[in-house]
Structures are given as C-alpha cells and as structure tokens.
Design a protein around this ligand. Structure first.
Ligand SMILES: *Cc1c(COP(=O)(O)O)cnc(C)c1O
Length: 366
C-alpha cells in the first residue's frame, strides 16, 4: 500500500458485481442497467466502479456533471455515458467529440447549440413530479421533439424521468409520476431507444416501473435506499465499502482523566484509552462521537469529541499498537452498517460514503 497512515476505505469490487448480477436475476428479462457513478461513484471511486459495473453487465454509465463525464473519458472509460444533470450549451461540442450523452430539458438550450462536428446523443428529461429538472408540459415536449427532428447532428437516444418517493410505502405520488410519464411517452411517434425511470428503489420494489432500463445508484454499492425498502428487499444487498484504521497509541489512565477537546469526557475509573488516526476531516464527523467501532471483533465506543484528524476509543483491555479497527463493515461476528452511521447523523445512507473524503485512500479488493 502506498500510504503510511493506516486509515483506508476498502472497496470490494466483487460486491458491486454481485449487486448487479442479483438485480439481473431478480428482474429476469433483458434490460439496460445504467450504473450511476456520480460523485466519484458515491465515494467509491468512479473509474474502478465503472469498470467493475460494465464487466458485470451494466450497459451504460451515468454521472451528474459534464466534468465527471470528461474525467471518466480521460481515464480511458469508453462505455456509453450519460450526464444526468444540466450541461451548459458550451459543453455540446465537447460532449459530441467525446461521445458523451447529455440530458436535455429546455428548448432554449436546443436553440443555443451550434452546428456540431460530431453526432450528439441526448436523453430527454421529463419532470413528472420531482420538481427538479425536466420538461413539465406536453407543449414543451412537442416543440422540443420538433427541434430535435430538425437537426441531423443530434440524435434522441433516450427519454427518462426521476421518482421522488419510490422508496416510500405510500405509493400515491409514485403512481401519479408513473401515469404522467406514460402520458408523455404517448407524444413520441418513434420511441427513443431507451426509456428509463427507475432508480434503485423502483428497480428493487416497483416492477412496473422498469421500461427499457434502470438507473442503479445506491444499491449498486450494496446500500438500501430507505428503511422501508430494507424491510422488503427482493435479494440481499452486499455493501462494497468498509472503513479501516489501526490503533496509533494506547494508555491506561486513572479515573477522571479528561479526553479530547472541551474535556467533555472524563474516565469513570481507570480506563484503557486508544487513539485512532482518523477524524472529521476524513469524514468521521463530530456528530459520530459516541458511535462504536470494532476492535478484536467487539464493539467499543468513541469517547470525547472527534478531532480533525484523530479520535479516542475506550477499551476493556490493552491491545497492541497497530491493532486493526473497523469503523464500517465487518470484523469477526460484528458488523457496523452505513445505516447505523446514517441514523446517528440524522441523515440517509447516501450521504455516508460521500463524506469519506479524498484524504482516505481507497484500496480495491478485486
Ligand atoms: C442519483 C440519481 C439516480 C440514482 O438514484 P439511486 O436512488 O441512488 O439509485 C438516478 N437518477 C437520477 C436522475 C439521479 O440523479
């Protein structure tokens, strides 16, 4: 390993592959699996994840921004690639040259595109109830379709929408979005090659939402979109990321010893206190004070405030310096799930791998 601090995130590429294979088995018919690798593959590393996903049978990749797409092309990823967010008109020529597909939802954008030297493939985005990006009226859709027909340098490859509540038990809004989407689709004389709507939640639990493809994000990484979906998963997901460090220092201190900034924790008796070389600047946010970590296959608590680069844990017994610590993932029979952090931080599973930042090296398990 080419780093000295023993703090790293292990990324199990086989888990990524398993999640795709299990999804394919569950869906049980040919379908485009669009691997969503935005935000550096939800913190897992976009290049490695893209390759693993394509190897496992994904047929397309999707990112959020033009720059994420350019980076993948520069790193040699040649797969079909869609930018799902907004791209400025100035990106159109670059996108066409690099064979990057862009998302279109605005007539003005179409009018601003200069004649292109290469064919630009686009996907139309329809807003059926997310309220974010998308064509939201049939008139707009009709005129944008006409604008596309007038261009021989632009090809309509796909059309899609995005659900805002597919991970919830109450299906009313989801059903409204489905019916709006179907109404929009009636306005196409020629259906584009790929009609797609489902995110992970819909791909897992809403079979009628599959159309020609699914955009598989959070569950590609083995995480559930919500607690509700966790309870009714059609197959078990395999988390890809685990987070590791090692004991940097250990001492036995007397009762009433103050630990960390603010001296908010004082030992209740003579205690073994170990220092770990990981802190909030790595993504172990201060809100995780009190969270447990795994050492010797057992759960022990983080005590006192989490510092920028370090934190302290309380042990029942002495361990050697260099003893392995798992902050996320399995050790022995114990496991700490991303969802446990998410609950402690009052957020969703999505946010957790995204906050494990660049200072933490990613080590890939092939
Ligand atoms: C992020 C994103 C997805 C993936 O959603 P998951 O819930 O992570 O599967 C799909 N579509 C769009 C438009 C997105 O922005």
């Amino acid at each position: 390993m080419d780093f000295y601090r023993p703090t790293f995130a292990a990324i199990d590429l086989n888990a990524i592959k398993m999640n795709i294979l299990n999804l394919q088995t569950h869906i049980n018919k040919p379908l485009e699996i669009i691997a969503v690798v935005k935000a550096n593959a939800y913190g897992h590393g976009a290049v490695k994840v893209s390759k693993a996903a394509m190897e496992a049978g994904a047929s397309m990749l999707a990112v959020a921004t033009p720059d994420e797409a350019i980076r993948l092309r520069k790193e040699g990823i040649e797969s079909p690639l869609l930018v799902m967010g907004a791209s400025p008109p100035t990106f159109a020529n670059v996108a066409a040259e690099l064979n990057i597909m862009v998302t279109v939802f605005d007539e003005m954008w179409m009018n601003q595109i200069p004649p292109l030297s290469h064919l630009l493939k686009i996907h139309l985005k329809l807003d059926t109830g997310m309220g974010r990006l998308g064509i939201y009226s049939e008139n707009h859709l009709q005129s944008i379709i006409q604008l596309i027909h007038r261009r021989d340098d632009i090809e309509l490859d796909g059309v899609f929408t995005h659900f805002s509540t597919a991970d919830e038990e109450d299906q009313s809004h989801y059903k409204e979005q489905m019916s709006k989407f179907k109404n929009f689709l009636r306005l196409f004389n020629d259906k584009p090659r790929v009609v797609h709507a489902a995110n992970s939640a819909a791909a897992l639990i809403r079979n009628e939402s599959l159309f020609d493809g699914v955009r598989f994000g959070i569950s590609l990484y083995g995480l559930s979109p919500s607690a509700y979906v966790s309870g009714i998963l059609p197959f078990s997901l395999t988390p890809a990321m685990s987070l590791h460090t090692e004991v940097a220092f250990i001492k036995c201190v007397p009762e009433a010893t103050a630990i960390s900034y603010g001296a908010t924790y004082r030992t209740q008796q003579s205690e073994w206190i170990a220092t770990l070389p990981i802190g909030y600047a790595d993504g172990l946010l201060r809100g995780l004070s009190g969270q447990e970590v795994l050492i010797g296959g057992k759960r022990v608590p983080i005590v006192g405030r989490i510092c920028m680069d370090q934190c302290m844990i309380r042990l029942d017994e002495e361990v050697p310096i260099g003893e392995k610590v798992v902050l996320l993932g399995r050790q022995g029979n114990e496991i700490i799930h991303v969802e446990e952090w998410a609950e402690k931080l009052n957020t969703i599973s999505y946010e957790v791998p995204c906050i494990i930042n660049e200072r933490v090296p990613r080590v890939y398990i092939p």
